[in-house]
Design a protein around this ligand. Sequence first.
Ligand SMILES: *Cc1c(COP(=O)(O)O)cnc(C)c1O
Length: 220
Amino acid sequence: MLAALRPSTKLIVLCSPNNPTGNPVHEKDVLTLLDTGRIVVVDEAYVEFSNHPQGLARLVPMYQNLVGLRTLSKWAGLAGLRVGYGLCPEWIAQHIRRAQNPFEVNMAGHIAAILALNNLDDVQNNVRGIINEREHLFKLLAQQPYLAPIPSEGNFILAHLLDQTVTIEKVRAIVESHGILLRYFQSSSLQNSPRVTVGLPQHTEKLAEALASIETRGVK
Ligand SMILES: *Cc1c(COP(=O)(O)O)cnc(C)c1O
């Protein structure tokens, strides 16, 4: 990212934990980028699933050029309702307020967010359940001779296909025949890397059955 900086660069956007890889951005790397004086925006949509749920946004009070973005879409399960918030220095908030629409969050979003916050114990239990199930899912993916999963701090795991004989089309077709949809990507660097969302234990079991039926040469 430093190499890509131009004199005209005004804003640097990071995602931590990153989507779709699931890895967090190291704090020292963010500090290096903050030292460039550019505004650094860290998208923390998955931070509640990470090993450091307080996230990089906790540094906002110390820097005039750091912005943290959060959402209730993932940890609170409110995807589609568009409820989120940002943490930023006052001077940046003033600019955002000028561009903001008067009613950003609709009534359904307000009600859902209030319910989530009033039932925080239950919601946080779900988050803990997903974190536990992520370890289970990782082990399952790592057991497949044709898959190399990437350790994830999000609610999904990206895996690279290792074996040329097991194509993404084949994996998708077999898994879909078991009623499971895999997230896939068009870009050349990710086209052989399905991403699996962490679900309930019974979902992992179903995926295990589907993956067990994929034949390989056993290369790893
Ligand atoms: C889901 C997601 C968001 C948040 O989207 P909402 O508009 O709040 O639903 C932001 N960034 C990333 C990387 C995400 O995956």
